[in-house]
Design a protein around this ligand. Sequence first.
Ligand code: ATP
Length: 329
Amino acid sequence: MTRLLVAGETLIDFVPEGHGALDAVETFHRRAGGAPANVAVGLARLEEPPLFWTRVGDGPFGDYLVRTLAEAGVREDLIERDPDADTTLVFVSLDPDADRSFSFHRNGTADTRMRPGSVDDDVLADVEWVHAGGVVLADEPSRTATFDLLSRANEVEDAVVSFDPNARPELFEGTDFVDTCRRAFDLADVVKATAEDLVAAGITDPTAGDGDAAELARAVCDLGPHTALLTRGPDGALARSTPDAPWNPTDEPIVVEHGGYPVDPVDTTGAGDAFTAGAIAALSAGESVQEALAFANAVAARSTTAKGAMTALPTRSEVESFRDAHGSA
Ligand code: ATP
């Protein structure tokens, strides 16, 4: 039985060779990407190969993604091919501080055409954790399809539903990103986010900056989820869980922090997705929130020490060695 199901986009990132504005870049490297795809591959590397519900075009870019995901160990059962749509492409540019800008080419692409009801009830009935990202909520029919999946997963006894807004409000043209997040938070048991995601989701006043992570986590839980996982870059992460969470054995909300691991990062792209994979792997295996935060921070910090988002996702033994080298804290 596969315990985990991830849903959302996979796409091709064209990563520039060198820095500079997009109009000046001549050479790009092709990389498999998409936040949910990174989470799926992260779980596979941690020996928890998930089902991954996504949709790609029928052409060579789709072939490349299907092959890459399969080679990484992701289950292919729910990967759809669309004969009438292309695969999403994203061109990335890096400014001199390595901050990234993205140019999305996803007008009517295959991932926006994920359809409601594609995941059968009998598949869902066996799943213990369903994770989705926010990008596919920007378009129809993938928006309705994803909300349909999250609603049905909510009805599955003991299944955990998690959501990462992956805030890209610029992709939301016909729909409101703030309303969309509220609806997704209402269906989720666990929300993983950064302070920037929550500002974009209207959870905090943009002028408040990074805000107080514990307050932000409380604000997330006030919207429905029993657990908020807030990542803080090099400073690690904070979790809040209400007594509804299976990993909170007390009668009160618990707040747990882990300060992360000091590394010399080479590339932080996808660190948040690595964290999500680590947190899902640990919590779904019955670990405590404290251990889940430590493990997820280790997966994420280790992922920043190599180039690429998907290629840098560590195996379980690489995470164990990394933690040993850092005193297992
Ligand atoms: P991304 O958008 O790059 O995927 P994110 O913005 O979603 O990441 P962050 O909070 O920046 O999320 O990072 C996620 C996790 O990655 C952190 O909680 C931490 O464990 C790890 N991490 C990120 N940057 C660093 C760093 N410079 N040093 C050590 N760990 C880091």
